[in-house]
Design a protein around this ligand. Sequence first.
Ligand code: UDP
Length: 382
Amino acid sequence: MKQRKILFVDHTAVMGGAELSLLDLATAYANTSKVLLFEDGILRQRLEQAGVKVSIIPASDTMLKLRTSGGLSSLATIPELWRMAARITKEATGYELIVANSQKAFITSALATLQGSPPVLWHLRDILTAKHFSPINRLVAVFLANRFATQVLVNSQATGQAFVVAGGKEKLYRVIYNGFDSQRFDTVNRQDIMQFRAQLGIDDDVPVVGLFSRLSYWKGQHILLEAVKELPQVQVILVGEALFGEQDYVSELKLLAAIPELAGRVHWLGFRDDIPTLMKSCDIVVHTSTEPEPFGRVIVEGQLAQKPVIASAAGGALELIIDGKTGLLFPPQDILALRQLIKRLIDDRTLAQSIAQQGYDSAKNNFALETILKDFAEAIAF
Ligand code: UDP
Protein backbone atom coordinates (compact mmCIF):
# COMPACT_ATOMS: atom_id res chain seq x y z
CA MET A 1 0.00 0.00 0.00
CA LYS A 2 1.34 3.45 -0.92
CA GLN A 3 2.26 5.41 2.17
CA ARG A 4 0.10 8.45 2.71
CA LYS A 5 1.58 11.87 3.35
CA ILE A 6 0.42 12.78 6.83
CA LEU A 7 0.86 15.88 8.91
CA PHE A 8 0.56 14.67 12.51
CA VAL A 9 -0.26 17.49 14.94
CA ASP A 10 0.11 17.43 18.74
CA HIS A 11 0.02 20.37 21.14
CA THR A 12 2.47 18.90 23.66
CA ALA A 13 6.04 17.64 23.50
CA VAL A 14 5.81 15.91 26.90
CA MET A 15 5.97 12.10 26.77
CA GLY A 16 2.55 10.84 27.83
CA GLY A 17 0.92 7.68 26.51
CA ALA A 18 -0.63 9.54 23.55
CA GLU A 19 2.78 10.81 22.54
CA LEU A 20 4.42 7.38 22.82
CA SER A 21 1.75 6.01 20.52
CA LEU A 22 2.23 8.97 18.14
CA LEU A 23 5.95 8.21 18.11
CA ASP A 24 5.20 4.68 16.85
CA LEU A 25 2.82 5.88 14.14
CA ALA A 26 4.98 8.76 12.93
CA THR A 27 8.07 6.52 12.83
CA ALA A 28 6.22 4.14 10.53
CA TYR A 29 5.40 7.07 8.21
CA ALA A 30 8.76 8.85 8.55
CA ASN A 31 9.46 8.77 4.80
CA THR A 32 6.35 10.63 3.80
CA SER A 33 5.17 12.51 6.83
CA LYS A 34 5.92 15.17 9.38
CA VAL A 35 4.96 16.00 12.99
CA LEU A 36 3.91 19.49 13.98
CA LEU A 37 4.18 20.42 17.67
CA PHE A 38 3.01 23.50 19.57
CA GLU A 39 6.08 23.42 21.85
CA ASP A 40 9.60 22.06 21.91
CA GLY A 41 10.53 19.19 24.21
CA ILE A 42 11.58 15.59 24.60
CA LEU A 43 9.06 14.32 22.02
CA ARG A 44 10.82 16.34 19.31
CA GLN A 45 14.16 14.72 20.21
CA ARG A 46 12.65 11.23 20.19
CA LEU A 47 10.93 11.80 16.85
CA GLU A 48 14.08 13.16 15.24
CA GLN A 49 16.13 10.26 16.59
CA ALA A 50 13.63 7.99 14.84
CA GLY A 51 14.15 9.88 11.57
CA VAL A 52 10.84 11.79 11.67
CA LYS A 53 10.70 15.40 10.41
CA VAL A 54 9.40 17.81 13.05
CA SER A 55 8.24 21.44 12.89
CA ILE A 56 7.35 23.58 15.86
CA ILE A 57 4.85 26.42 15.83
CA PRO A 58 5.05 27.73 19.40
CA ALA A 59 1.76 28.39 21.13
CA SER A 60 1.37 30.82 24.02
CA ASP A 61 1.64 29.57 27.60
CA THR A 62 -2.01 30.49 28.06
CA MET A 63 -3.03 28.06 25.35
CA LEU A 64 -0.64 25.28 26.35
CA LYS A 65 -1.65 25.44 30.00
CA LEU A 66 -5.35 25.82 29.34
CA ARG A 67 -7.13 23.00 31.18
CA THR A 68 -9.62 20.91 29.25
CA SER A 69 -11.73 21.08 32.40
CA GLY A 70 -11.74 24.90 32.17
CA GLY A 71 -14.96 26.78 31.39
CA LEU A 72 -15.79 29.76 29.24
CA SER A 73 -12.34 31.29 29.76
CA SER A 74 -11.11 28.92 27.04
CA LEU A 75 -13.06 31.01 24.53
CA ALA A 76 -10.46 33.77 25.08
CA THR A 77 -8.00 31.70 23.07
CA ILE A 78 -10.13 31.80 19.88
CA PRO A 79 -8.03 34.53 18.15
CA GLU A 80 -4.87 32.55 18.86
CA LEU A 81 -6.49 29.31 17.69
CA TRP A 82 -7.36 31.01 14.42
CA ARG A 83 -3.77 32.27 13.96
CA MET A 84 -2.40 28.79 14.79
CA ALA A 85 -4.83 27.31 12.28
CA ALA A 86 -3.36 29.56 9.58
CA ARG A 87 0.11 28.27 10.41
CA ILE A 88 -1.08 24.67 10.32
CA THR A 89 -2.60 25.30 6.90
CA LYS A 90 0.75 26.58 5.68
CA GLU A 91 2.66 23.65 7.20
CA ALA A 92 0.16 21.21 5.68
CA THR A 93 1.01 22.18 2.11
CA GLY A 94 1.97 19.02 0.23
CA TYR A 95 0.40 16.65 2.79
CA GLU A 96 -2.74 14.60 2.07
CA LEU A 97 -4.27 14.59 5.50
CA ILE A 98 -3.87 15.85 9.05
CA VAL A 99 -3.99 13.48 12.01
CA ALA A 100 -4.59 15.47 15.20
CA ASN A 101 -3.24 13.66 18.24
CA SER A 102 -4.78 15.78 21.02
CA GLN A 103 -7.88 17.82 21.61
CA LYS A 104 -6.10 21.16 21.24
CA ALA A 105 -4.43 19.91 18.08
CA PHE A 106 -7.79 18.79 16.74
CA ILE A 107 -9.65 22.03 17.43
CA THR A 108 -6.91 24.04 15.72
CA SER A 109 -6.67 21.60 12.81
CA ALA A 110 -10.46 21.63 12.36
CA LEU A 111 -10.28 25.44 12.04
CA ALA A 112 -7.46 24.97 9.53
CA THR A 113 -9.80 23.07 7.21
CA LEU A 114 -11.80 26.33 6.95
CA GLN A 115 -8.64 27.97 5.68
CA GLY A 116 -8.00 25.36 3.00
CA SER A 117 -5.95 22.67 4.75
CA PRO A 118 -6.30 18.95 3.88
CA PRO A 119 -8.92 16.74 5.60
CA VAL A 120 -8.48 16.19 9.31
CA LEU A 121 -8.79 13.03 11.41
CA TRP A 122 -8.98 13.29 15.17
CA HIS A 123 -7.02 10.61 16.98
CA LEU A 124 -9.04 10.79 20.19
CA ARG A 125 -7.24 9.30 23.15
CA ASP A 126 -9.35 10.70 25.99
CA ILE A 127 -12.62 9.68 27.52
CA LEU A 128 -14.76 12.80 27.12
CA THR A 129 -16.36 12.76 30.56
CA ALA A 130 -17.30 15.61 32.86
CA LYS A 131 -14.42 14.66 35.17
CA HIS A 132 -11.75 15.77 32.69
CA PHE A 133 -13.60 18.01 30.22
CA SER A 134 -15.85 20.97 30.92
CA PRO A 135 -19.25 21.05 29.15
CA ILE A 136 -18.13 23.90 26.87
CA ASN A 137 -14.98 22.01 25.98
CA ARG A 138 -16.87 18.86 25.06
CA LEU A 139 -19.47 20.82 23.16
CA VAL A 140 -16.91 22.63 21.00
CA ALA A 141 -14.77 19.54 20.33
CA VAL A 142 -17.72 17.29 19.51
CA PHE A 143 -19.37 19.95 17.31
CA LEU A 144 -16.14 20.40 15.36
CA ALA A 145 -15.68 16.62 15.10
CA ASN A 146 -19.19 16.07 13.75
CA ARG A 147 -18.82 18.97 11.33
CA PHE A 148 -15.18 18.79 10.17
CA ALA A 149 -13.51 15.45 11.06
CA THR A 150 -13.28 12.88 8.28
CA GLN A 151 -13.01 10.27 11.00
CA VAL A 152 -12.44 10.01 14.74
CA LEU A 153 -9.93 7.27 15.53
CA VAL A 154 -10.41 6.21 19.13
CA ASN A 155 -8.02 4.17 21.27
CA SER A 156 -10.74 1.91 22.72
CA GLN A 157 -14.46 1.17 22.56
CA ALA A 158 -14.72 2.98 25.89
CA THR A 159 -13.32 6.16 24.32
CA GLY A 160 -15.64 5.75 21.31
CA GLN A 161 -18.73 5.23 23.46
CA ALA A 162 -17.94 8.30 25.56
CA PHE A 163 -17.57 10.31 22.34
CA VAL A 164 -21.08 9.22 21.31
CA VAL A 165 -22.52 9.97 24.77
CA ALA A 166 -21.00 13.46 24.47
CA GLY A 167 -22.93 13.94 21.21
CA GLY A 168 -20.43 12.56 18.66
CA LYS A 169 -21.79 10.75 15.61
CA GLU A 170 -21.49 6.99 16.07
CA LYS A 171 -20.52 6.31 12.47
CA LEU A 172 -17.58 8.72 12.71
CA TYR A 173 -15.52 6.69 15.14
CA ARG A 174 -13.30 3.71 14.53
CA VAL A 175 -11.21 1.88 17.13
CA ILE A 176 -7.45 1.82 16.61
CA TYR A 177 -5.81 0.33 19.68
CA ASN A 178 -2.26 1.16 20.73
CA GLY A 179 0.37 -1.20 19.30
CA PHE A 180 3.48 -2.56 21.01
CA ASP A 181 6.78 -4.02 19.97
CA SER A 182 7.10 -7.16 22.10
CA GLN A 183 10.80 -7.49 21.19
CA ARG A 184 11.62 -4.71 23.65
CA PHE A 185 10.28 -6.94 26.42
CA ASP A 186 11.46 -10.30 25.11
CA THR A 187 15.06 -9.15 24.89
CA VAL A 188 15.45 -7.87 28.45
CA ASN A 189 18.41 -9.57 29.96
CA ARG A 190 18.39 -11.35 33.31
CA GLN A 191 21.58 -9.55 34.34
CA ASP A 192 19.86 -6.13 34.06
CA ILE A 193 16.98 -7.32 36.23
CA MET A 194 19.32 -8.61 38.93
CA GLN A 195 21.38 -5.44 38.79
CA PHE A 196 18.27 -3.26 39.14
CA ARG A 197 16.95 -5.17 42.14
CA ALA A 198 20.39 -5.14 43.74
CA GLN A 199 20.64 -1.35 43.27
CA LEU A 200 17.41 -0.96 45.24
CA GLY A 201 18.62 -3.49 47.81
CA ILE A 202 15.73 -5.86 47.15
CA ASP A 203 16.42 -9.58 47.58
CA ASP A 204 15.26 -12.10 44.98
CA ASP A 205 12.50 -13.53 47.13
CA VAL A 206 10.94 -10.19 48.13
CA PRO A 207 7.74 -9.40 46.21
CA VAL A 208 7.90 -6.17 44.20
CA VAL A 209 4.77 -4.42 42.99
CA GLY A 210 5.26 -1.79 40.27
CA LEU A 211 3.06 1.12 39.23
CA PHE A 212 4.07 2.86 36.00
CA SER A 213 2.18 6.09 35.54
CA ARG A 214 2.68 9.80 35.76
CA LEU A 215 2.08 10.98 39.31
CA SER A 216 -1.45 12.29 39.29
CA TYR A 217 -4.40 11.83 41.63
CA TRP A 218 -6.52 10.02 39.05
CA LYS A 219 -3.70 7.56 38.33
CA GLY A 220 -4.23 6.45 41.93
CA GLN A 221 -0.74 5.94 43.36
CA HIS A 222 -2.28 6.57 46.80
CA ILE A 223 -4.59 3.58 46.27
CA LEU A 224 -1.60 1.27 45.91
CA LEU A 225 0.21 2.74 48.91
CA GLU A 226 -2.91 2.34 51.05
CA ALA A 227 -3.28 -1.24 49.81
CA VAL A 228 0.26 -2.33 50.67
CA LYS A 229 0.26 -0.58 54.04
CA GLU A 230 -0.91 -3.85 55.52
CA LEU A 231 1.30 -6.10 53.38
CA PRO A 232 4.65 -5.54 55.12
CA GLN A 233 6.55 -8.00 52.93
CA VAL A 234 5.86 -5.99 49.75
CA GLN A 235 8.19 -3.43 48.16
CA VAL A 236 6.74 -0.84 45.78
CA ILE A 237 8.28 0.89 42.81
CA LEU A 238 6.61 4.06 41.52
CA VAL A 239 7.77 4.90 38.00
CA GLY A 240 6.83 8.22 36.43
CA GLU A 241 6.69 11.85 37.43
CA ALA A 242 4.11 14.60 37.54
CA LEU A 243 3.93 15.64 33.90
CA PHE A 244 1.22 18.26 34.11
CA GLY A 245 1.74 20.09 37.43
CA GLU A 246 0.07 18.23 40.33
CA GLN A 247 2.92 18.91 42.74
CA ASP A 248 0.46 19.04 45.66
CA TYR A 249 -0.47 15.43 44.99
CA VAL A 250 3.20 14.42 44.89
CA SER A 251 3.77 16.10 48.29
CA GLU A 252 0.79 14.21 49.75
CA LEU A 253 2.07 10.93 48.34
CA LYS A 254 5.53 11.52 49.81
CA LEU A 255 3.96 12.13 53.23
CA LEU A 256 1.96 8.93 52.91
CA ALA A 257 5.04 6.94 51.86
CA ALA A 258 6.89 8.21 54.92
CA ILE A 259 4.47 6.84 57.52
CA PRO A 260 6.02 4.08 59.65
CA GLU A 261 4.03 1.26 57.97
CA LEU A 262 5.45 2.21 54.57
CA ALA A 263 8.78 3.86 55.30
CA GLY A 264 11.64 2.31 53.32
CA ARG A 265 9.31 0.24 51.15
CA VAL A 266 8.45 2.80 48.42
CA HIS A 267 11.02 3.46 45.70
CA TRP A 268 10.59 6.62 43.63
CA LEU A 269 12.14 6.17 40.21
CA GLY A 270 10.94 9.29 38.36
CA PHE A 271 10.42 9.22 34.59
CA ARG A 272 12.26 6.28 32.98
CA ASP A 273 12.91 5.07 29.48
CA ASP A 274 13.73 1.47 30.44
CA ILE A 275 10.16 0.36 31.18
CA PRO A 276 10.63 -3.23 29.91
CA THR A 277 13.53 -3.91 32.31
CA LEU A 278 11.72 -2.30 35.23
CA MET A 279 8.50 -4.21 34.60
CA LYS A 280 10.40 -7.46 34.26
CA SER A 281 12.00 -6.74 37.64
CA CYS A 282 8.57 -6.70 39.32
CA ASP A 283 6.47 -9.61 40.53
CA ILE A 284 3.19 -7.83 39.91
CA VAL A 285 2.28 -4.79 37.78
CA VAL A 286 -0.68 -2.74 38.95
CA HIS A 287 -2.86 -0.10 37.37
CA THR A 288 -4.88 1.92 39.85
CA SER A 289 -6.65 4.71 37.95
CA THR A 290 -9.57 6.14 39.89
CA GLU A 291 -11.37 7.13 36.66
CA PRO A 292 -11.95 5.08 33.49
CA GLU A 293 -8.67 4.80 31.58
CA PRO A 294 -9.08 5.53 27.86
CA PHE A 295 -6.70 2.71 26.92
CA GLY A 296 -4.07 1.88 29.55
CA ARG A 297 -0.76 1.23 27.79
CA VAL A 298 0.85 0.10 31.05
CA ILE A 299 -1.57 -2.82 31.24
CA VAL A 300 -0.47 -4.26 27.89
CA GLU A 301 3.16 -3.54 28.72
CA GLY A 302 2.82 -5.44 32.01
CA GLN A 303 1.36 -8.37 30.09
CA LEU A 304 4.23 -8.26 27.58
CA ALA A 305 6.66 -8.29 30.49
CA GLN A 306 5.01 -11.60 31.45
CA LYS A 307 3.83 -10.28 34.78
CA PRO A 308 0.39 -10.73 36.29
CA VAL A 309 -1.40 -7.39 35.93
CA ILE A 310 -4.02 -6.10 38.37
CA ALA A 311 -6.07 -3.23 36.94
CA SER A 312 -8.98 -1.10 38.04
CA ALA A 313 -12.09 -2.30 36.24
CA ALA A 314 -13.21 0.61 34.09
CA GLY A 315 -12.77 2.08 30.62
CA GLY A 316 -10.19 0.57 28.27
CA ALA A 317 -8.90 -1.82 30.95
CA LEU A 318 -12.01 -3.93 30.40
CA GLU A 319 -10.96 -4.43 26.76
CA LEU A 320 -7.41 -5.45 27.71
CA ILE A 321 -8.07 -7.92 30.50
CA ILE A 322 -10.29 -10.95 30.86
CA ASP A 323 -10.67 -11.11 34.63
CA GLY A 324 -9.04 -14.17 36.15
CA LYS A 325 -7.38 -15.17 32.88
CA THR A 326 -5.26 -12.44 31.29
CA GLY A 327 -5.16 -10.27 34.42
CA LEU A 328 -7.15 -9.44 37.53
CA LEU A 329 -9.64 -6.60 37.90
CA PHE A 330 -10.77 -4.72 41.00
CA PRO A 331 -13.41 -2.00 41.42
CA PRO A 332 -11.75 1.43 41.02
CA GLN A 333 -10.59 2.89 44.37
CA ASP A 334 -11.37 -0.32 46.28
CA ILE A 335 -8.25 -0.51 48.42
CA LEU A 336 -9.28 -3.67 50.23
CA ALA A 337 -9.98 -5.53 46.98
CA LEU A 338 -6.62 -4.50 45.57
CA ARG A 339 -4.86 -5.63 48.76
CA GLN A 340 -6.55 -9.03 48.57
CA LEU A 341 -5.59 -9.51 44.92
CA ILE A 342 -1.95 -8.62 45.57
CA LYS A 343 -1.91 -11.07 48.47
CA ARG A 344 -3.55 -13.77 46.38
CA LEU A 345 -0.91 -13.48 43.65
CA ILE A 346 1.92 -13.52 46.18
CA ASP A 347 0.50 -16.60 47.92
CA ASP A 348 -0.41 -18.49 44.75
CA ARG A 349 2.57 -18.57 42.40
CA THR A 350 0.84 -21.02 40.05
CA LEU A 351 -2.05 -18.62 39.57
CA ALA A 352 0.37 -15.70 39.10
CA GLN A 353 2.28 -17.60 36.44
CA SER A 354 -0.81 -18.74 34.61
CA ILE A 355 -2.20 -15.18 34.45
CA ALA A 356 1.17 -13.83 33.36
CA GLN A 357 1.35 -16.36 30.52
CA GLN A 358 -2.22 -15.82 29.32
CA GLY A 359 -1.77 -12.04 29.54
CA TYR A 360 1.40 -12.28 27.47
CA ASP A 361 -0.32 -14.35 24.77
CA SER A 362 -3.26 -11.96 24.66
CA ALA A 363 -1.05 -8.85 24.39
CA LYS A 364 1.04 -10.43 21.64
CA ASN A 365 -1.99 -11.60 19.67
CA ASN A 366 -4.11 -8.47 19.99
CA PHE A 367 -1.76 -5.51 20.27
CA ALA A 368 1.27 -6.24 18.08
CA LEU A 369 2.51 -2.97 16.61
CA GLU A 370 2.51 -4.34 13.04
CA THR A 371 -1.18 -5.34 13.29
CA ILE A 372 -2.15 -1.95 14.65
CA LEU A 373 -0.16 -0.19 11.91
CA LYS A 374 -2.16 -2.17 9.34
CA ASP A 375 -5.42 -1.14 11.03
CA PHE A 376 -4.26 2.47 10.96
CA ALA A 377 -3.27 2.26 7.29
CA GLU A 378 -6.70 0.85 6.42
CA ALA A 379 -8.44 3.56 8.42
CA ILE A 380 -6.70 6.36 6.55
CA ALA A 381 -6.97 4.76 3.09
CA PHE A 382 -10.06 6.74 2.08
N1 UDP B 1 5.96 5.64 30.89
C1 UDP B 1 7.30 5.85 30.60
N2 UDP B 1 8.12 6.24 31.61
C2 UDP B 1 7.67 6.45 32.87
C3 UDP B 1 6.30 6.24 33.16
C4 UDP B 1 5.47 5.84 32.15
O1 UDP B 1 7.75 5.67 29.47
O2 UDP B 1 8.47 6.79 33.72
C5 UDP B 1 5.09 5.19 29.80
C6 UDP B 1 4.40 3.87 30.06
O3 UDP B 1 5.29 2.81 29.83
C7 UDP B 1 3.22 3.94 29.07
C8 UDP B 1 2.91 5.43 29.05
O4 UDP B 1 4.02 6.10 29.64
O5 UDP B 1 3.62 3.51 27.79
C9 UDP B 1 1.66 5.79 29.81
O6 UDP B 1 0.55 5.44 29.03
P1 UDP B 1 -0.85 5.12 29.68
O7 UDP B 1 -1.78 4.77 28.55
O8 UDP B 1 -0.71 4.05 30.71
O9 UDP B 1 -1.28 6.45 30.41
P2 UDP B 1 -1.33 8.00 29.90
O10 UDP B 1 -0.03 8.65 30.23
O11 UDP B 1 -1.58 7.96 28.42
O12 UDP B 1 -2.47 8.59 30.67
